[in-house]
Every structure is written in C-alpha cells, then in structure tokens.
Design a protein around this ligand. Structure first.
Ligand SMILES: NC(=O)C1=CN([C@@H]2O[C@H](COP(=O)(O)OP(=O)(O)OC[C@H]3O[C@@H](n4cnc5c(N)ncnc54)[C@H](OP(=O)(O)O)[C@@H]3O)[C@@H](O)[C@H]2O)C=CC1
Ligand SMILES: O=C(O)C1=N[C@H](C(=O)O)C[C@H](O)C1
Length: 267
C-alpha cells in the first residue's frame, strides 16, 4: 500500500486530498506537512481537516512528516514545493506537485530535481481538463488560422496566481498547435485604444471572485460562428482524486518528470 504525506494539509486542497485518501481508498494516509512554526503543527490531521477517522499528525518538519511515507503530495506555494521537492530528491521519495504559479527558475530547478526522483507535476489533476488539454490543440489545427483563439478563466477570491496554471497550459497547447511563441502572442487583458485584433494573438481574461472552484473556456472565433469549449470544476474533490491517483501510479516508477497525461494514459 502506498504511504502518503500531504503538504499543505491545512489548506483547501490539502483538506480535499486527505478526504480523498480516507474515503476513496487505495493509499494510506501517514502525515501532514505545514511550514515551520505553523499553527497546525503537532495537531492531529483529524482535527485540522475535520475528517474524524484521519490518522496521523501535522508536522512542520519534512523529515519527520516523510519518515514513514513513500510519496509526498504537495499543493502549497511555488517556493515551498521546490524546497519540499529538493528534500524528496535527496531522500529518494516520490513527489506529486499540483502547485501553480511557478516561474522559469522554479521550473528549471524542478526539472533538474526530477532527474533524481519520480515527480508528477500538473497544473490540473482532473480527468476532464486533461482531456481538454488534448482537444484544444486539435480543434485549433482543424479550424485553421482564420479562427481567433481566446482564453478565459475564473477562480475564487483567494487565488494568488494569475492566469491560472491551467490557463497557462491551455495557452501553451494552443501556441504549439499554431507554431506560435507563448510570450510573443499572449495578450493579458485589453484596455484603451488597442486597435484591431492581430491574427497571431491569444487574448487572456482573468476573473476572480467568491467561491468559484475553477472555470476555463477556450474560444475559437470565426466569421459567422464560434466554438466555446468550457470546463467547470464543481468541487476540489475532482483535483484531489486525481492527485491521489497520481501518487498511487507514481510509487515505484523510475526517476523522471511525468504529468497527468502519463497517469491517465492520454499521451
Ligand atoms: N493541480 C491542480 O489540480 C490544482 C492546483 N491547485 C494549486 O494548489 C496550490 C494550493 O492551492 P490551495 O489549496 O487553494 O491553497 P491554500 O492556501 O488553501 O493551501 C496551501 C497550503 O500550503 C501551506 N504551506 C505554505 N508553505 C508551506 C510549506 N513550506 N510547507 C508545507 N505547507 C505549506 C499553506 O499554509 P499557510 O497558508 O497557513 O501559510 C496552506 O495550508 C495553488 O498553487 C493552486 O493553484 C489548486 C487546485 C487544483
Ligand atoms: O487555485 C486554484 O484553486 C486552482 N488552481 C489550479 C490552476 O491554477 O490552474 C487548478 C484549478 O483551476 C484550481
């Protein structure tokens, strides 16, 4: 049985992942991890997550949190995820990372560390969105260059990064399909006398508010018609189930960087 520690255990995704491990079965919950000195350190996971039957404690030290674990599931912050992965790489422990908002330097470090230990890194762990990652490039190719591409995402008011990691990935899939450079074509918002829309542009709109779990729409806009492909997450349980599935899949795999397309067999 794959033994799992959850980093960011007291957070929104940490809670959902702990519920998924406890109620969906398949893995064994060992411990939670929070930052050094965190208010939850030393408390039971049951208390911190409100899951009555959850075993284990929340630690603020990764060595203690991982002592009995095979895999770390980490939905925290970019700096925390990279630091936690650094520890896992040295200790030879597998790591599933769902954190978004990583910059280029985080990305480079992550790739170097994944050469030492198995890592699943994905901005969205839901089955539906991973299918959408595959479809958007195909649709863009079939429709051709006369269809404008635009991306819109909406999330809750506590989200720190924008655009979402999922939107960034959708944009990269669209750019790959068109042979475009991401930084050159992505237009983040429009304001003022922006002029006519160039053909080689992808507009990106970001909405924040309330308790929206995560909505993403890709628009394919032609003359006389348009396609809007939308994914709406109804609950964080869809991401949490994917993260646990990834942890079970990853345990025992060779060192390397994998994503949910590997886990779901969509490659
Ligand atoms: N890939 C996917 O499918 C999904 C990805 N995400 C991403 O996951 C990340 C977390 O989202 P969410 O759960 O909503 O955020 P939260 O802020 O609710 O949770 C993050 C948790 O990580 C904790 N944390 C911070 N630093 C450390 C550290 N060094 N070690 C351990 N824990 C730490 C935070 O503690 P505190 O706040 O008390 O400092 C908090 O409890 C975001 O990047 C989000 O975009 C979200 C949903 C799905
Ligand atoms: O922060 C969130 O909540 C989410 N983050 C991920 C992202 O940035 O794409 C995935 C999901 O949309 C929820």
């Amino acid at each position: 049985m794959t033994r799992i520690t959850v980093a960011g255990a007291a957070g929104r995704m940490g809670n959902a992942i702990i519920r998924a491990i406890m109620h969906d079965g398949g893995g064994a919950l060992v411990a939670g991890l929070e930052a050094p000195g965190h208010r939850s350190a030393g408390k039971s996971l049951a208390e911190v997550c409100g899951v009555a039957d959850a075993p284990g404690l929340v630690f603020d030290d990764i060595a203690q949190a991982m002592a009995q674990s095979d895999v770390l599931i980490d939905f925290t912050s970019p700096t925390a995820s990279i630091a936690n992965l650094g520890w896992c790489a040295e200790a030879g422990k597998a790591c599933v990372i769902g954190t978004t908002g990583l910059d280029l330097s985080h990305d480079q470090i992550l790739r170097a560390l994944a050469a030492k230990t198995p890592v699943v890194f994905a901005p969205n762990m839901s089955v539906g969105m991973n299918l959408m990652f595959k479809l958007v490039g195909q649709i863009a190719q079939v429709l051709g260059p006369n269809y404008a591409l635009e991306v819109m995402e909406a999330h809750h008011d506590q989200k720190k990064d924008a655009p979402s990691g999922t939107a960034v990935r959708l944009l990269k899939e669209l750019c790959a399909a068109r042979g475009w450079d991401y930084d050159a074509v992505c237009q983040h918002g429009r304001c003022g006398m922006v002029g006519a829309r160039p053909q080689d542009q992808i507009g990106v709109a970001v909405i924040r508010g309330g308790d929206i779990v995560g909505d993403h729409t890709v628009f394919f806009i032609g003359q006389g018609e348009r396609i809007e492909l939308t994914h709406r997450a109804h609950s964080r349980d869809t991401f949490a189930g994917g993260a646990v599935r990834a942890a079970l899949w990853l345990h025992g795999k060779p060192a390397g960087l994998y994503d949910m397309q590997d886990v779901l067999g969509l490659k």
